[in-house]
Design a protein around this ligand. Structure first.
Ligand code: FAD
Length: 440
């Protein structure tokens, strides 16, 4: 297929740049007849759950409709946050100060957990504790961030630093934002290598990984669960559904109950051609991960080899392809980094994230089936952490209640998992972003 646009480099591909080094491999594992625990979804959550279950002495079979790690887990931006997004002061209004603190601390604990997992399993995924800079879209956003930074510091002890616009160039090679917030307790990795490494760790521990097999239904049969797939059936003592942003598509869903509680959304990324190291050092001093405070946010970073800019965002709330979205992302990148006007794009891709109606990730059990999902587009550390905690609970090995377990998991009347309202809500958010900026 030929792709043409002035921003596309020769050889432009619609494919995650990460897959150049770590494309999810095909497996040829047959579906077993029986499993102690069947895990639906082979992303970070499912793989992390399988690893923990094996370590606790349980047999685990991971089933994925595509290839293991093929979903968001090998497509994301590789920014590793310690629950920065979830932990907000609003939690206290909803849950009271004590429970809000428990939730915030639980989210923050995802960072040390992923760091320990990577170190313990020897996963080669370019992990770096590089820090994050969040640019303020307006001066008001900067004030709101300062309040949030105070709350985070008080409740979780997470170190953050408010940066005025005058000092922004120490953190980001652009004047596009009104200062921002630097968060040291965050990192970066190569998501494709991490997905591959986590799968290898689960397999080494004895988990069975079965790919290209879609779960079409889960039904109780006596004390077992019957897992119906497009390639046969399996019985399991217990089931964990970890399908996140891919929970529902035209072909159906493994769990209608879960699909009704998740709002799937496309996120898009482009990779630029290689740039000189001095350009990358100027644009990304300290090689930090960058995001911003817009309602429709941008997130961007240098590639782990320090040669390219990877730029992500919600280029469209309609069903746009990665190819259609790429020039939109390129234009947004040039607004922030005008010197990249003539830098072309070599790769563009998209993947699905899952939001929830209460803004929180969840684990829990419904009709005997466990679930772990809803990372709000920020799940590298969180999905790993949710999968581990869902597995610990399932194995009856949890010492205390995980703060994101069993919370009320809201849906909306008549909502079945197809977010028809996104183009409307998305356009409204984009308009609000523009108006806020004009007012500033
Ligand atoms: C473009 C993009 C950028 C992102 N950037 C970041 C970032 O920088 N930092 C960050 O923290 N997070 C980021 N995220 C979010 C992060 O990638 C996800 O939160 C995380 O990977 C979710 O992992 P998961 O295991 O829950 O789901 P996934 O990795 O999406 O895995 C779900 C799996 O379920 C399978 N599946 C679905 N239905 C079935 C079925 N019926 N039968 C069998 N299998 C099924 C799918 O094939 C898929 O492989 C980004 C996501 C995207 C898409």
């Amino acid at each position: 297929m030929t792709h043409s646009h002035p921003t596309f480099a020769p050889g432009f591909q619609v494919k995650p740049w990460w897959w150049e080094a770590a494309e999810p491999p095909d497996r040829d594992t047959p579906l077993p007849d029986r499993a102690e625990v069947a895990i639906v979804g082979g992303g970070y959550a499912g793989l992390s759950a399988a690893l923990t279950l094996r370590r606790l002495g349980h047999q685990a079979v991971v089933l994925d409709a595509e290839r293991i790690g093929w979903g968001a887990s090998s497509r994301n931006g590789g920014m590793v946050s310690g629950g920065l997004k979830v932990a907000t002061g609003d939690l206290a209004k909803r849950y009271g100060a004590e429970e809000a603190k428990r939730i915030a601390l639980t989210c923050a604990a995802s960072l040390p957990f992923i760091e320990e997992t990577i170190a313990r399993e020897g996963i080669d995924c370019d992990y770096l504790r590089c820090g994050r800079y969040v640019g303020a879209w307006t001066p008001k956003h900067h004030d709101a961030m300062a309040k949030r930074a105070d709350w985070l510091a008080e409740v979780t002890g997470l170190p953050t630093e408010m940066v005025p616009k005058a000092r922004q160039r120490d953190f980001l090679g652009s004047d596009h934002y009104h200062g921002g917030m630097a968060a040291a307790a965050t990192g970066s990795l190569h998501p494709g290598k991490y997905a591959r490494g986590l799968a290898a760790a689960a397999e080494r521990a004895g988990a069975t990984l079965v790919d290209q097999l879609r779960v079409k239904g889960i039904a109780r049969q006596g004390s077992f669960f019957r897992i119906v797939t497009d390639k046969g059936e399996m019985l399991a003592d217990a089931v964990l559904v970890a399908t996140n942003g891919y929970s529902l598509d035209r072909r159906g869903t493994a769990s209608p109950w879960l699909a009704r509680r998740l709002v799937p959304l496309n996120s898009y990324i482009i990779a630029t051609e290689e740039l000189p190291p001095e350009t990358i050092d100027r644009l990304f001093p300290g090689r930090r991960m960058i995001s911003d405070s817009k309602r429709v946010l941008n997130y961007f970073r240098p590639s782990p080899d320090g040669k390219r800019v990877l730029w992500g965002g919600r280029a469209s709330f309609r069903a746009a392809t990665a190819e259609q979205s790429a020039p939109v992302l390129h234009a947004t990148m040039v607004e922030t980094f005008p010197e990249l006007r003539d830098t072309r794009i070599t790769h563009a891709w998209t993947g699905m994230v899952a939001f929830t109606f209460d803004g929180l990730p969840h684990i829990g059990v419904q009709d005997g089936v466990h679930y772990a999902a809803g990372c709000q587009g920020s799940g590298v550390a969180m999905a790993t952490w949710l999968g581990h905690n869902a597995a610990t609970k399932l194995a009856g090995a949890a010492n205390e209640r995980f703060a994101l377990d069993g919370l009320n998991f809201p849906t909306r009347p008549t909502y079945t998992g197809n977010p028809w309202f996104l183009p409307i809500v998305g356009s409204y958010y984009q308009l609000r972003d523009r108006l806020d900026r004009m007012a500033a």
